[in-house]
Design a protein around this ligand. Structure first.
Ligand code: PMV
Length: 318
């Protein structure tokens, strides 16, 4: 799983399936330890169609269609025709703005590619994962990743900086509008979409500089600006894209109060859901988590440290 500090929101136009989810803006993320997806893939010539069981449930046609571009691309590249039989388990709530699609598509890309006999570089794997979900391109890499084209790249390893992301879980329910549709609506109808795309490189460069210098205050500045602009842009769409709940705002107020009271240096971000993610020094994570848990509407908190990207284990069945 990865969390974007500088946000991806909007796609470049594409015509070929392998160009799906090319980003309109650059983004910067941190891959997290402990939260992710475990996916087992097998080539299944006896099946007439791909089958994916996610968290114990067989996906219907709609959800399967999201994974299909990845599996089709693998079949193309490896020149195999068989269906894939996939069993996947998320350790993040599916579709609650906790980046399960990022970890899920990265795991699916890595496992299906290896299963079909491909040995792809991380760059190629990132481009393959991107076809399933844009943010998945970053989950291939450990630590800090930047994404601004066909594939993402690692900008710093996980041990570059002792920070944590504290997730304030506000809802584990499914989000009302998925990121794909929300991005389409934003690009088509928000008067702020053009300005959002125009200013995105500046915020991205600011984030990269702050990260290289391990300047937490500056990174938080850039992260909150990127987050607010992304959401403002969505809110101005018609119909509006509005993921915020009252408890999201309460959690944000907790973060700004902690900071104003010269407590730990911490800053917040939100994705396509109501949960709030707080960046702080790893040493301050417990204090930040306790303050968030005392916030009305926050159910639980998860403390996540920088972690590894995707890894593949091969099992041979007799
Ligand atoms: O790649 P998607 O479709 O899951 O979109 C992700 C969008 C955000 O999470 C809101 C931002 C990001 O950069 O991850």
């Amino acid at each position: 799983m990865n969390i974007a500090l500088i946000k991806y929101w909007g796609k470049a136009p594409s015509h070929r399936p392998e160009d799906a989810n090319l980003p309109a803006v650059p983004s910067l993320s941190l891959t997290l330890a402990g939260l992710g997806t475990q996916t087992r893939v097998r080539l299944a010539p006896e099946l007439s169609d791909d089958r994916i069981v996610l968290d114990g449930e067989t996906l219907g046609a709609g959800a399967l269609a999201r994974a299909r571009p990845v599996l089709d691309r693998v079949r193309d590249l490896a020149d195999v025709a068989a269906a894939f039989d996939v069993v996947s388990v998320n350790s993040v709530p599916t579709a609650a703005g906790l980046a399960s699609s990022a970890s899920g598509m990265a795991a699916l890309a890595a496992a299906s590619a290896r299963c079909a006999g491909l040995s792809l570089s991380d760059t190629e794997l990132s481009a393959l994962a991107r076809v399933g979900s844009g943010s998945a391109s970053r989950s291939v890499f450990a630590g800090w990743a930047a994404w601004e084209g066909a594939s993402a790249r690692q900008v710093h390893p996980a041990d570059h900086w002792d920070v944590a992301i504290v997730v304030a879980v506000i809802s584990r329910g499914r989000k009302p509008v998925g990121s794909r549709e929300a991005m389409r609506l934003t690009a088509a109808t928000s008067p702020y979409y053009g300005p959002w795309v125009e200013q995105s490189r500046e915020t991205f460069e600011e984030g990269l500089r702050a990260l290289a210098a391990r300047d937490l205050g500056a990174l938080i500045d850039a992260m909150e600006a990127s987050t607010l602009r992304m959401h403002a842009c969505g809110m101005a769409a018609r119909p509006p894209v509005l993921y915020w709940k009252a408890a999201s705002l309460a959690a944000i107020e907790t973060v700004t109060r902690l900071r104003a009271e010269s407590g730990p240096c911490c800053g917040w971000t939100m994705d396509a859901g109501p949960n709030v993610k707080v960046l702080c020094a790893a040493a301050d994570a417990e204090q930040v988590a306790a303050a968030l848990r005392a916030t009305p509407g926050v159910g639980e908190t998860l403390i996540c440290l920088p972690g590894d990207g995707v890894s593949v284990h091969v099992e041979r069945t007799p």
